[in-house]
Design a protein around this ligand. Structure first.
Ligand code: ZN
Length: 272
């Protein structure tokens, strides 16, 4: 629309989630104004000497701002930014970095499945570290959600279960590969009871999925009524585990795929 002067409306209320709101000094305060005739948006910058200049907003920043502007008639109101769970993303980023730095090893190795591989994921270097264990507990809780107890095959699951129990998130249990030969000869150690209805099974790394299937069958063998609500691993090597579990009607959830870690590492090496 053709007009001689812009007709400004001011955004004078803005979200507490914006860092500028937190700062008490008025010279740091942010403000926006929008022309009611052409939609032009400007951002105010207040100088230390009290002077004010206006900057035009362009591109992505303008589009984002326009989406958040709510017309209240006599003024505009800036809708709060969508509350993203930034801690979740940060936890995942950090865990990915820890796995790349401490667990991902390139070497010719023989896997428990018997096959040869050019890399190995020594996840225990991360699951047994205090930072790793703490982050893993947070991420796992978000994925697992509501269950009565969480268990997993020893020894891969052990530190993860310890972290979950230590944070007070779940009761946990450990599933043996063979029953203990003395004492109570238990296959399942820990907090799994007859009353439990829904449980989750966790492990650090999944390759063929054989040990996960075996662990689930052990649980089902002793507690036939139990519902295996979730099967979660930190890293899926993508060598058949997903398929093996789906054959038994379980869905494998992985926090990371091995290929993701390798790709990220190669990107990083390229940058350096
Ligand atoms: Zn205008």
């Amino acid at each position: 629309m053709l007009h001689l002067w812009h007709r400004w409306k001011y955004v004078y209320k803005y979200s507490g989630t914006e860092c500028f709101e937190e700062v008490e000094l008025p010279q740091f305060r942010r403000a926006y104004r929008i022309c009611t005739q052409c939609g032009k948006v400007q951002e105010r910058f207040t100088h230390f000497d009290g002077g004010v200049s206006w900057y035009n907003l362009h591109g992505v920043k303008k589009r984002i701002l326009m989406r958040r502007l709510v017309d209240k008639g006599d003024h505009y109101y800036l809708r709060p930014r969508a509350q993203v769970k930034s801690t979740d993303a940060a936890h995942k980023r950090r865990l990915k970095q820890l796995l790349i730095d401490y667990a991902l090893i390139f070497d010719d190795v023989k896997l428990s499945s018997g096959s040869q591989s050019t890399y190995y994921i020594d996840a225990r270097m991360v699951t047994t570290s205090s930072e790793g264990a703490s982050i893993i507990a947070e991420i796992m809780r978000d994925v697992i959600e509501e269950v009565d107890a969480v268990g997993g095959p020893t020894i891969g699951a052990d530190p993860i279960l310890g972290a979950l129990a230590g944070k007070g998130y779940y009761r946990t249990f450990i599933i043996r590969k063979e029953p203990k030969e003395y004492g109570l000869c238990k296959w399942i150690e820990g907090q799994l009871t007859e009353k439990d209805k829904r449980v989750a099974i966790v492990d650090d790394v999944a390759t063929t999925g054989r040990s996960l299937v075996k662990a689930i069958q052990t649980v089902k063998g002793h507690f036939p009524h139990i519902n295996i609500a979730k099967v979660v691993v930190l890293v899926d090597r993508e060598e058949g585990a997903k398929e093996a579990l789906s054959e038994h009607n379980y869905q494998l959830v992985s926090i990371f795929k091995a290929s993701e870690l390798i790709k990220k590492l190669k990107e990083k090496q390229k940058e350096e």
